[in-house]
Design a protein around this ligand. Structure first.
Ligand code: PLP
Length: 444
C-alpha cells in the first residue's frame, strides 16, 4: 500500500527504527494506522481496517473506549506522576486490588511493571529471590521451552525459545535450559481446541530435573498457550504434568499470561481455563486495554510472604522496581478497563464467541496453502506451507494482502494469527475468514 496522504512524507519515516519490523521493506511500502474505534482502525487516507488482532493481542475491550479515555483525561489533569519507591498513590493500591480480584485463588500479590518483557524478567528475579529467602540459593537455573516467547529483555530472551530472537544474543545469562516445543503437526494437525497428542512432551522436564538436579533449578517459565510463536495450544494433560513435576521438585512454575491474561480464553486467566495455579503469573497488554504501557507479576501469597519476611524489619525486601511501576495514568486505565470487563461481561462474551470462531476458522480447511488450523478461546492460528526457499514470505504476503483488503492479522513466519477484541460480532468473524480465503487464493 502506498501512502496517499500528502501530509505524510516518506522522508519522515527514516528516523524511527521500527521494532520487530523489516524496516526497509516497510518504509518502501508503509502500512500506517491513524485512528481507532471499537473493532476498527482507519488508515491516514481514511480506509477502514477490521482489527483481527486486538492491536497486538492487547486491546481486548476494543478501541477508544469512552470510560478509559475519560479516566485517563481525569488522571492526567489530577496527578501526572508519583514516585513508586518508598512512596505511593492511592490508585496503585486500587489497581493491585482490582487485579487480585480476578487472579487465581491464593495469588493476591501484584507487582507492577511496564510491559510483558519486564514482567518476565521480574518473575525470574522473584523466583531467584524466593529460593534465596527460603535458604536454597543454589536454585538458579531457569527452564524455558523451545518456541516460547517471554519478551526481549535479557531474562526473557534467554528463557525464550525462538531461535531468531536468540541468535545474535548468545549466553547473556548463565543457567538456562529448554524443554522441547509441543508443536506436532504430524499427529495434531487441524485439532479443535487442545490437541489429543503430546502430554508426554512434559516428561522432558523430568529429564532436565534429573540432569541438573532439583537443588539447582529455580523456575520453569512457559506460556500456557503460546501466541507469539504461532498459536501453539498445549496438548491435553501436558500442563498438568508440567505443574506436577514442578510441585514435586520445589520448582517455581511461572505462567506467562501476557497474551492469555484478561479474557482471551474466556476466563480471567489461562490458569482458570486449565484449572492449574502457577506460583507466579506474568501479564501486561489487556491489563489496561493497552491504553498506557503496563504489565504485572502476580505472585502466590506464599512467595510474597517468604521474600518479605526474610528481610530484617525496615529493609527493602525485593531490590527491584521501575520508575514507572504503577504509573498513575496506567493505573487509571487499568481500573476503567477492569470495570468495563465486568460491566460488559467480556470474558463470558469471549467464551460464547469461541465456538463461532472455531467453526469459521476450520471452514478454511482445504483452502490453498493451509497445512494446519488451531484454536482456543478467541485465538486462531492458520499455518501455511512455507514457500520453497523463502520461509516466511507467504505469511508476510498474506498479512499485507489482508491489510489491503481491510483486515488486520498477525503473522509469525508462515503462521497467521487471529486474536480479535472480545467485542467482535459474528459477522466480523465471517469477514475476517472470507478475507483470508480470498487472499490465500490470490497469493502464490
Ligand atoms: C507471552 C508473551 N510474553 C511476553 C511478551 C512481551 O511483552 P512486551 O512486548 O509488552 O514486552 C509478549 C508479547 O507479545 C508475549 O506474547
Amino acid at each position: 500500500m502506498k501512502l496517499e496522504n500528502p501530509s505524510v512524507h516518506v522522508a519522515t519515516l527514516e528516523h524511527f527504527w521500527m521494532p520487530f519490523t523489516a524496516n526497509r521493506q516497510f518504509k518502501a511500502e508503509p502500512r500506517l494506522l491513524a485512528r481507532a474505534e471499537g473493532m476498527y482502525y482507519w488508515t491516514p487516507d481514511g480506509r477502514q481496517v477490521l482489527d483481527g488482532t486486538a492491536g497486538l493481542w492487547c486491546v481486548n475491550a476494543g478501541h477508544g473506549r469512552k470510560a478509559i479515555v475519560e479516566a485517563l483525561q481525569k488522571q492526567a489533569a489530577t496527578m501526572d506522576y508519583a514516585p513508586p519507591f518508598s512512596m505511593a498513590h492511592p490508585l496503585a493500591f486500587e489497581a493491585a486490588t482490582a487485579v487480585a480480584k480476578v487472579a487465581p485463588e491464593g495469588m493476591q500479590r501484584v507487582f507492577f511493571t511496564n510491559s510483558g518483557s519486564e514482567s518476565a524478567d521480574t518473575a525470574i528475579k522473584m523466583a531467584l529471590a524466593y529460593h534465596r529467602a527460603k535458604g536454597e540459593p543454589s536454585r538458579r537455573i531457569i527452564i524455558g521451552r523451545e518456541r516460547g516467547y517471554h519478551g526481549v529483555n535479557i531474562g526473557g530472551t534467554m528463557a525464550g525459545g525462538i531461535p531468531g530472537n536468540r541468535k545474535a544474543f548468545p549466553a547473556m545469562m548463565a543457567g538456562v535450559d529448554h524443554i522441547r516445543s509441543t508443536h506436532d503437526l504430524a499427529r495434531n494437525a487441524f485439532s479443535k481446541g487442545q490437541p489429543a497428542h503430546g502430554a508426554e512432551f512434559a516428561d522432558e522436564l523430568e529429564r532436565l530435573v534429573a540432569f541438573h538436579d532439583p537443588s539447582n533449578i529455580a523456575a520453569v517459565i512457559v506460556e500456557p498457550m503460546a501466541g507469539s510463536a504461532g498459536v501453539l495450544i498445549p496438548p491435553q494433560g501436558y500442563l498438568e504434568k508440567l505443574a506436577a513435576t514442578c510441585k514435586k521438585h520445589g520448582i517455581v512454575l511461572i505462567f506467562d499470561e501476557v497474551i492469555t491474561g484478561f479474557g482471551r480464553l474466556g476466563t480471567p486467566f489461562a490458569a482458570h481455563y486449565f484449572k492449574i495455579t502457577p506460583d507466579l503469573l506474568t501479564c501486561a497488554k489487556a491489563i489496561n486495554n493497552a491504553a498506557v504501557p503496563m504489565g504485572a507479576v502476580i505472585a502466590k501469597n506464599e512467595i510474597y510472604d517468604t521474600i518479605v519476611n526474610a528481610a530484617p524489619e525496615g529493609q527493602i525486601e525485593f531490590l527491584h522496581g521501575y520508575t514507572y511501576s504503577a504509573h498513575p495514568l496506567a493505573c487509571a486505565a487499568l481500573l476503567a478497563t477492569q470495570q468495563l470487563y465486568v460491566d460488559e461481561q467480556l470474558f463470558a462474551r469471549a467464551q460464547a464467541m469461541a465456538p463461532k470462531l472455531e467453526t469459521a476458522l476450520h471452514s478454511l480447511k482445504g483452502a490453498r496453502h493451509v497445512v494446519d488450523i488451531r484454536n482456543l478461546g478467541l485465538v486462531g492460528g492458520i499455518e501455511l506451507e512455507p514457500r520453497a526457499g523463502a520461509s516466511g514470505r507467504r505469511g508476510l504476503e498474506a498479512h499485507v494482502k489482508c491489510f489491503e483488503a481491510g483486515v488486520l492479522l498477525r503473522f509469525t513466519g508462515d503462521i497467521l494469527a487471529l486474536s480479535p477484541p472480545l467485542i467482535i460480532e459474528e459477522a466480523q468473524i465471517g469477514q475476517i475468514i472470507e478475507t483470508i480465503r480470498t487472499t490465500l487464493n490470490s497469493i502464490e
